[in-house]
Design a binder for this molecule. Sequence first.
Ligand SMILES: Cc1cc2nc3c(=O)[nH]c(=O)nc-3n(C[C@H](O)[C@H](O)[C@H](O)COP(=O)(O)O)c2cc1C
Length: 189
Amino acid sequence: MANGNVLLLCGSPRLEGNTAQVLRECAKVLESEGLKTETVLLAETRILSCTACGLCKSGECALDDGLNEIIAKIREADGFIVGTPVYFGTARGDVMAALQRIGMVSMASDNFLSRKVGGPIAVARRGGHTATIQELLMFYLINDMIVPGSTYWNMVFGHAPGEALNDEEGMRTVRRFAGNVAFLIKRLR
Ligand SMILES: Cc1cc2nc3c(=O)[nH]c(=O)nc-3n(C[C@H](O)[C@H](O)[C@H](O)COP(=O)(O)O)c2cc1C
């Protein structure tokens, strides 16, 4: 793909939840900029936590729960955006379990995450967005990735599925963020 491609990871267990709908809007922006996108839904897998077995030097995780298929897609992507619902003021557990294993495989093998462009998006009913964004940024920044900003932090308010799309400022922020991901990827290629 001439303009590059972006993998979007949706961390919600709700297939049509707010996070999925917010990421769909990001994908539309990226595609309007000529990038190819694919969205992976963690709702379709059960993600195990890292067991510190140390076998990830091969470039794959030893746990057999479908994460290696996601890692293979990230490897091929220029961009990696992670959207998560906020649970008790932090990211959903499965999201951090996935990111910790993805990061460990990258570090233990060929640093495939290095210089990929992306960032986190947090979706919640009322509170915990900024702590969640900070939590996910720890993954991006230790893995040599490039995170563009936006006109606010990537946080969207919503509870019942679909409500997030009514958060006009939140949606404007994440659309701008997606536009900045596209902007950077196109210039870096
Ligand atoms: C276990 C659990 C914990 C939650 N904790 C918070 C929270 O700390 N702050 C908040 O504002 N909303 C919280 N929520 C609400 C969700 O973040 C909110 O409904 C969000 O829209 C879910 O995203 P989704 O539709 O993509 O799954 C929680 C929901 C669940 C199921």
